[in-house]
Design a protein around this ligand. Structure first.
Ligand code: UZR
Ligand code: MG
Length: 202
């Protein structure tokens, strides 16, 4: 089994990198675990309170549960991965049954901030993209997919995302085995990752 952690700031193209890796592997040999599934349960808060949560701070993540789940998968056990709702800003009552597979990809902006989680990764990847590029992608995505408007996204970027990125996310580059520059599609980097996966699995 190979557990791969993929980090990088919002809009850096993590999802694209993950998909490019996943597409190269047989369907039953890979599963993806998203950091989003592990935002802390905030059911005890009202919606108004939940909106104010700093979702870009390491404290917003239930690393304890993520650690338990990765440990269980390593042992060959199936886990019940929480399902998160960006609309409700909360964990839903649903879970997704996730079985262990040869390759497990864990992706998220903050996954390299936690020392215990870092230790569980066989390969640590950081996707590096210029901040203007990331802001453009985030703006487009939040407006198109998450029902936000421009002012809201830009305010959040300036007041929360940017400072949190500088304080917590960018420094985790240091822990990465591999940094993928991703201002454009980087097929060479994906080829390298694929080669490493094949080598390690044999
Ligand atoms: P990626 N996020 C939300 O927008 N709503 C939530 O309820 C929980 C998280 C955002 C979070 C972070 N910030 O920047 C982003 N906010 O999801 C990380 N606000 O996801 O890596 O796909 O950009
Ligand atoms: Mg994403």
């Amino acid at each position: 089994m190979l557990i791969i952690g993929i980090a990088g700031g919002t809009g850096c193209g993590k999802t694209t990198v993950v998909n490019q890796i996943v597409n190269e592997l047989p369907e039953n040999e890979v599963c993806v675990i998203s950091q989003d599934s592990y935002y802390k349960d905030t059911s005890h808060l009202t919606y108004e309170e939940r909106v104010k949560i700093n979702f870009d701070h390491p404290q917003s993540i239930d690393f304890e549960l993520l650690c338990q789940h990765l440990t269980a998968l390593r042992k060959g056990e199936t886990i019940a991965q929480p399902v998160y709702s960006f609309v409700e800003h909360n964990r839903t009552s649903e879970t997704v049954s996730t079985a262990p597979s040869k390759v497990i990809i864990v992706e998220g902006i903050l996954i390299l901030t936690n020392p215990k989680i870092r230790e569980m990764f066989d390969i640590k990847i950081y996707v590096q993209t210029d901040s203007d590029e990331r802001l453009i992608r985030r703006l487009k995505r939040d407006i198109a997919e998450r029902g936000r408007d421009m002012d809201e996204v830009l305010d959040r970027y300036q007041n929360t995302l940017k400072p949190m990125h500088q304080q917590f996310i960018d420094p985790t580059k240091e822990f990465a085995d591999l940094i993928i520059p991703n201002n454009n599609y980087n097929n060479v980097a994906i080829d390298i990752v694929r080669t490493i996966i094949k080598e390690r699995l044999n």
